[in-house]
Design a protein around this ligand. Structure first.
Ligand SMILES: Cc1ncc(COP(=O)(O)O)c(C=O)c1O
Length: 351
């Protein structure tokens, strides 16, 4: 099988790269988080809490959830892996969408399931198209909302409609890694779907909470699904320092909300600047944008030009979008530099 392809984030001539390729947070963890982590080092000789009691309590309080149904993992990637390992075997089928998170394709190979992929017309998940791809052996349906790399949002009524249309014995996994960036009124939580017993919702501390390096994800699981997933999950995979960092970050919603607003402002700035260059930007509700350069040659040329100027963005050929680049929203300064560099690139590419 092919390995899950992480981006090459090096720059020519050993210049220090400005990495806008992995949808990481623009800013370091808050002082509160850093202080809490330093203090927790005092108990570094002990194994972490394998029940994540404080962390689950903090998540449950913010989202008004039952802590018993929260499962934590070393990033949401680990929760997805565990769910696949616990529930799928080689004769099953997994259904996902065209631009759905690529890691799922790696997991499908690992477990040996047959993968079905529904088209995403106009960079959007279309529930009716997805439903036409359903097969009798489909065991799991996987959707990402908002999507990566397109950044578009599926109306939550649509997800409820999907759930109603799916057989009860089919699992639905909704990856909401970027949910906290969405500010549309229609984007209401769907955690209650877990009560149906067949729907799992995952979230992460890697994006809005800026803790990608500490590896903490969480999910809302129905009782029986949680029990099976916990059998295959490494009980000590979330380190004590990571648990403290995530708990502190979750308890500080003010910082998260402020970060989301700031990212949205910077996203709008960059989207406008790029649109003014005549390039098309897919409307995004996340901390990244997808830019379509119309031809692969132009996308490669812009990628190389940005890279020569230390700006490392993400080529999208791996997603079947060879004419596009995905740019993570960084600091104000980084966005100004990105806009300026792309403007220069366009000027010189027309000379
Ligand atoms: C759609 C999506 N889901 C999940 C993840 C992984 O998140 P985590 O860091 O929690 O494993 C990412 C990371 O980029 C992502 O883009």
């Amino acid at each position: 099988m092919e390995s899950y392809a992480l981006p090459d984030i090096s720059t020519p001539g050993g210049l220090e790269p400005i990495v806008l390729a992995q949808n990481e947070h623009a800013y370091p963890p808050s002082q509160k988080v850093q202080d809490a982590v330093k203090a927790a080092l005092d108990r570094g000789q002990l194994y972490p809490d394998s029940e994540w009691v404080e962390l689950r309590g903090a998540i449950a309080a913010v989202h008004n959830l039952n802590p018993d149904n929260i499962v934590c993992g070393s990033g949401s990637m680990e929760l997805m892996s565990s769910l696949m390992l616990a529930f799928l075997s080689p004769h099953d089928r997994l259904l996902m969408t065209q631009y759905g998170y690529l890691f799922m394709r790696t997991l499908a190979k690992l477990v040996g399931v047959t993968l079905d992929v529904a088209a995403e017309p106009n960079y959007r998940v279309d529930i009716d198209v997805l439903l036409t791809e359903l097969k009798p052996d489909t065991k799991l349906v996987f959707i990402v909302n908002p999507g990566n790399p397109c950044g578009s949002v599926i109306h939550n009524d649509e997800i409820r409609r999907l759930r109603e249309a799916l057989p009860d014995n089919l699992l639905l996994l909704v990856d909401e890694a970027y949910a906290e960036f969405v500010d549309d009124d229609f984007y209401q939580p769907i955690f209650d779907l877990a009560e149906l017993g067949n729907t799992v919702i995952t979230r992460t501390f890697s994006k809005i909470y800026g803790l990608a390096g500490l590896r903490v994800g969480w999910g809302y699981f129905p009782d029986q699904v949680r029990d099976q997933v916990r059998k295959v999950l490494n009980p000590s995979s979330v380190s004590s320092l990571s648990q403290v960092a995530a708990t502190t970050a979750m308890q500080d919603q003010q910082t998260a909300v402020a970060a989301s607003r700031q990212i949205a402002q910077q996203r709008d700035f960059l989207s406008n600047a790029i649109s003014q260059l005549g390039l098309s930007v897919v409307p995004s509700q996340t901390n990244f944008i997808l830019v379509d350069f119309i031809t692969q040659q132009k996308a490669v040329s812009a990628f190389n030009y940005l890279r020569e100027h230390r700006l490392v963005v993400r080529p999208m050929a791996g997603y079947g979008l060879p004419t596009c680049l995905r740019i993570t929203i960084g600091t104000e300064e980084q966005m100004l530099l990105t806009a300026k560099t792309l403007t220069e690139w366009q000027g010189q590419s027309y000379e």
